[in-house]
Write a protein that binds this ligand. Structure first.
Ligand SMILES: NC(=O)c1ccc[n+]([C@@H]2O[C@H](COP(=O)([O-])OP(=O)(O)OC[C@H]3O[C@@H](n4cnc5c(N)ncnc54)[C@H](O)[C@@H]3O)[C@@H](O)[C@H]2O)c1
Length: 450
């Protein structure tokens, strides 16, 4: 049977390399469509969990995973020789930055080395990991296209960026359109056939390089727009205007405006990292990606601005940061997830500790934090802990936080997420908001001019 027929009849055996935030939801979606899926991960604990029918990714319900494992449609292994048996492979391994902020494609290269050992005619390989334009064509193709096997003829190669948004309850793998670009037209067609089996809308583009660039545009767009509103927050602070009120009013314009909101800084595996992949690639062409650099600069300053707010609030109460108790509320990089990767909370906590603050934290999704200074266990969110703190700094606005109650029990709340909107009138000078003038600023000015 031809590969295209095997894919469209869902009789093809498929493999997914890397079973993390991206790979596990994809694996389950493929199994849902009726494919037999083998997940391959270097982490033996993840493999063990999957084979026991237990999910470790919040967006993948354990009962759904367990059903496919019990039916024999989904198995996991650390043994890459399973790739010899599969017709199509999706690569979902990490693409971090090195210490010098250069792309670290070593995980992709490891996965490709495993594929190469078992590559056989009639196999489709799709890279999903975010990377710089040219990776699929220059790096992977060059690795695999040796000997008698040629791309577009004996085996097929494409790039399809993953767009998963962890914690998003409206858009999951199935109903988020997927972009696909192959090395040849036949590669694109086969990848479209595979993904069309379990994704509602597949968008073909002219090349793998275009598909790689699509992903980097999406994430650079976010990074730049977040930087713009983060700078707006500083402008509004100076001008005595509430940035959130400005953004919400601007968002009533039915065309030509898209609201983004300020925050304590960028987090997660994508937005703080991916634009650097693009900037790095362009450097080799003597091209400086100025927007990317400027956005990174502005966004990286945000934890410092948060600490300035904490300092201003404590100062107003006649306290110094040194020796004050600060409770960080929410430390995951965004609401309703447990992901700590690149979380700005880590920088805020470090900056506060460097200034001598005694920092504790509460996050229902993160029982323990690993900091440069050692590990820290979370504290329960109790009235006593709130009253003990000289300042509560809201870094992540998880949905189940009762912010009016938190504010009522706290002496000072520094809010970096507009979680206290509507409470200002009730609690007055107790709330300091990033992107809004300090409530006591006018009293200080009046006192100065008197
Ligand atoms: N997390 C997101 O929200 C998101 C969204 C869109 C795109 N992406 C991109 O998707 C890719 C994967 O991200 P993630 O968040 O799923 O990462 P992750 O760290 O959650 O998962 C990656 C998995 O790959 C495994 N792995 C690494 N090397 C391996 C190898 N050689 N063989 C087998 N397994 C291997 C790791 O053990 C890990 O379980 C990255 O390029 C990322 O930028 C992530």
């Amino acid at each position: 049977m031809q590969l295209s027929e095997k894919l469209s009849s869902r009789e093809a055996k498929v493999g997914v390399i890397g079973l993390g935030y991206v790979g596990l939801p994809l694996t389950v979606e493929m199994a849902d469509a009726g494919f037999h899926v083998t997940g391959i991960d270097a982490d033996a604990r993840k493999v063990e969990e999957i084979n026991a029918g237990r999910s470790y990714i919040p967006d993948v319900p354990t009962e759904v995973l367990a059903k496919h494992v019990a039916a024999g449609r989904l198995t996991a292994t650390t043994d890459a020789s399973a790739l010899a048996e599969v017709d199509a492979i999706s690569i979902c391994v990490p693409t971090p930055l090195s210490k010098t902020k250069d792309p670290d494609v070593s995980y992709i290269l490891d996965a490709v080395a495993s594929i190469k050992k078992h590559l056989h005619p009639g196999q489709l390989i799709v890279l999903e990991s975010t990377t710089y334009p040219g990776t699929t064509d220059e790096l992977i193709r060059a690795e695999l296209e040796t000997g008698a096997l040629k791309v577009g003829r004996e085996f097929f190669l494409a790039f399809s960026p993953e767009r998963i948004d962890p914690g998003n309850r409206t858009h999951g793998t199935r109903n988020t359109p997927k972009v696909v670009g192959g090395i040849t037209a036949r590669c694109t067609d086969l990848a479209v056939t595979l993904y069309s089996q379990f994704i509602d809308r597949v968008v073909a583009v002219s090349s793998a390089r275009t598909a790689e660039m699509v992903k980097l545009l999406e994430n650079t767009f976010r990074s730049v727009n977040i930087a713009l509103v983060n700078e707006l927050a500083s402008m509004c602070d100076v001008l005595g205007v509430d940035a959130y009120e400005v953004i919400d009013a601007a968002a009533t314009k039915p065309f030509g405006f898209l609201p983004f909101y300020p925050g304590p800084g960028l987090g997660g595996h994508c937005i703080p990292i991916d634009p650097h992949y693009l900037a790095w690639k362009l450097k080799a062409h003597d091209f400086t990606a100025r927007f990317i650099g400027l956005a990174a600069e502005v966004n990286q300053q945000m934890p410092r601005l948060v600490v300035e707010k904490v300092t201003a609030g404590l100062n107003h109460q006649g306290r110094s940061v040194k020796g004050s108790r600060v409770l960080a509320l929410g430390v995951a990089y965004k609401k309703d997830v447990s992901d700590m990767r690149e979380s700005p909370a880590l920088s805020v906590i470090k900056l506060l500790e460097d200034r001598g603050a005694r920092v504790s934290y509460h996050d229902p999704y993160v029982p323990e934090l690993v900091l440069e200074s050692g590990s820290m266990a979370g504290v329960p969110l109790t009235e006593e802990n709130l009253r003990l703190a000289d300042c509560v700094v809201v870094l992540t606005d998880h949905s189940d936080f009762d912010i009016p109650w938190v504010t009522s029990c706290s002496r000072l709340v520094v809010d970096t997420r507009n979680a206290t909107r509507g409470l200002e009138g009730r609690f007055g000078e107790r709330i300091l908001k990033l992107g809004a003038p300090d409530p006591f600023a006018h009293t200080v000015l009046l006192a100065e001019s008197a």
